[in-house]
Design a protein around this ligand. Structure first.
Ligand code: N01
Length: 489
């Protein structure tokens, strides 16, 4: 069948979260309107729409967690709460006129490169569409991961993942279990503790937690930022450099220095937990920063309440009635909440993208995810990934990386148009070389210092984090690197 029988777009963007909306806004600002956004849900926001659990907020300061071209003087707190981030994204998308480009409730079911037509054939529930360029802005934290504990499906009570919070489930007076003590778990535990009759926290690895010191932004400051946007830019700049300094500590890992920083966490633990047995349970046993450093002032205090128990013993199985521990102890539960993270390195989407010679992305990434500048993969022409492999950050705002990628992709599209290039495909040796360089750099970082985290894939390879400063990534992505690609005219 001919292309013209299907709706055709110059660019198809998958996902209306931070990166997809940012990309669309960039196109719109340049006067382009031949693009579509395919969004699986009925609202914008991506991970900030899905993660609506009680207490959800970002652990990067508000002023830095926004687009550089759309600062928000109205943030109510130092750290933005989830509803405000979602509202910010919705309002920004509306302000720049990208909402009419969104196809709602339209998940990508599959995409295949058409070598003859030099475009992508994209299958959606509404039928096939074609696009010259495909941008996957689906994010690494979009597919919730349930723990592979035996018996999970047999649980007779209410079971849900933190990213799919069941707001209809009233926890009042219930026996609630929580698996996972990562960034999500530690945020909602203090919120649900007062409601639950019994709250059991199943902890596999104690996280490093440091003081959060969140506070409301006073009305006079908000008024100032409205009147004098430069004032907010200066605050943002200060936060930016403070965070790059933290980044240096993570990238250039030094065990002795790390022990000094760890003292911050240990002091926090000591101040908030008086019981030596509980404190011992909560004391981390790996280098601080190896997993994400968590910020909280209310998680430890919540654990000291009489209705809370922290279980550090291994969970052997989930039974119809609750949880069975390795020592055969049974903990009966009415509700089980899994705050167990996401499929960051093995997303089902990878099995749906078919490149040259019928090869799926999941096959191309058989030995681990890799993409040149986190954006392009050999054998997948005119495909761009946003927050692709090794673009994640352990220290600062992902919006900085997203904006760098937007710039790079936009420059690529412009070059393709100008030179009338039908297809670009990153040269395999360039991708190989880039990945070797990345992996070499990662060796000296704290994330590769021996702990297990979602930053590492099942082979133990770090395929998620950027091993450097955000300004280095910005410099590398400032211009489209045409020489790195095979082009078809
Ligand atoms: O997920 P996680 P998350 N049996 O993977 C445990 C961002 N984020 O949703 O450490 C028992 O960090 C696992 O234990 P262990 C942020 O980038 C940001 O909390 O692997 N336990 C861990 O405790 C973050 O890094 C914000 O031993 C199991 C937890 O579940 C990312 O999202 C807020 C298990 C998973 O922690 C993910 O955070 C929320 C099993 N089989 C999220 N499997 C903010 O900005 C997993 N666990 C504040």
């Amino acid at each position: 069948m001919e292309d013209k029988e299907f709706p055709h777009f110059e660019v198809a963007i998958v996902g209306a979260g931070f990166s997809g909306l940012g990309m669309a806004i960039r196109l719109k600002k340049s006067g382009q309107s031949d693009f579509v956004i395919l969004e699986r849900a009925s609202d914008t926001g991506g991970t900030w729409r899905d993660n609506s659990y009680p207490g959800c907020a970002c652990d990067i300061q508000s002023h830095l967690y926004s687009f550089s071209f759309a600062l928000n003087p109205n943030w109510s707190r130092l750290f933005p709460p989830q509803p405000e981030i979602q509202a910010y994204l919705r309002e920004t998308a509306a302000r720049y006129g990208v909402l009419p480009h969104i196809h709602w409730n339209c998940p990508l079911l599959g995409a295949a490169w058409d070598e003859d037509e030099k475009n992508w054939q994209i299958t959606t529930p509404g039928g096939l569409i074609t696009a010259h360029v495909l941008v996957l802005a689906t994010g690494p934290l979009s597919e919730p991961s349930l723990p592979g504990i035996p018996g999970l499906a047999s649980f007779k009570g209410k079971l849900f993942h933190s990213a799919q919070w069941d707001h209809a489930c009233d926890l009042t007076g219930k026996r609630v279990g929580v698996i996972g003590t990562g960034a999500s778990g530690i945020q909602f535990v203090p919120e649900i503790q007062p409601q639950a009759a019994r709250l059991t926290i199943f902890q596999r690895t104690p996280p490093w937690i440091v003081p959060r010191q969140d506070r409301p932004i006073p009305a006079w400051q908000r008024a100032l930022y409205k009147k004098l946007p430069l004032a907010q830019r200066l605050v943002r700049l200060k936060i930016y450099w403070q965070r790059e300094a933290i980044g240096a500590g993570l990238v250039y890992y030094n065990p002795a220095r790390s022990k000094l920083i760890a003292q911050l966490g240990l002091n926090h633990l000591k101040r908030q937990i008086a019981d030596p047995a509980l404190r011992a349970k909560l004391t981390p046993n790996y280098a601080i920063g190896c997993k994400r450093i968590l910020l909280s002032d209310d998680f430890y205090p919540a654990l000291t309440r009489p209705n809370v128990e922290v279980v550090a013993d291994r969970v052997a199985a989930i039974t119809p009635e609750g949880v069975r521990l390795a020592d055969d102890r049974e903990i009966p539960l009415d509700v089980l909440i899994c705050a167990t993270g996401f499929h960051a390195t093995d997303a089902p989407l990878f099995t749906k993208i078919k490149g040259r010679e019928g090869r799926y992305l999941s096959e191309a990434w058989g030995k681990g995810m890799r993409a040149y500048l986190g954006a392009t993969v050999s054998g997948f022409p005119n495909l761009f990934l946003m927050i692709g492999p090794n673009t994640g950050l352990g220290h600062s705002s992902m919006v900085l990386m997203i904006e760098s990628q937007i710039k790079y992709i936009f420059e690529a599209l412009r070059a393709m148009k100008k030179e009338q290039i039908k297809a670009i495909d990153v040269r395999p040796e360039i991708l190989e070389h880039y990945n070797e360089w990345l992996q070499e750099r990662l060796k000296g970082t704290v994330w590769n210092s021996g702990c297990k985290s979602w930053y590492l894939d099942k082979r133990g390879q770090n395929t998620t984090l950027w091993p450097g400063f955000t300004f280095t990534f910005r410099r590398l992505t400032r211009h489209f690197k045409a020489d790195a690609y095979n082009s078809t005219l």
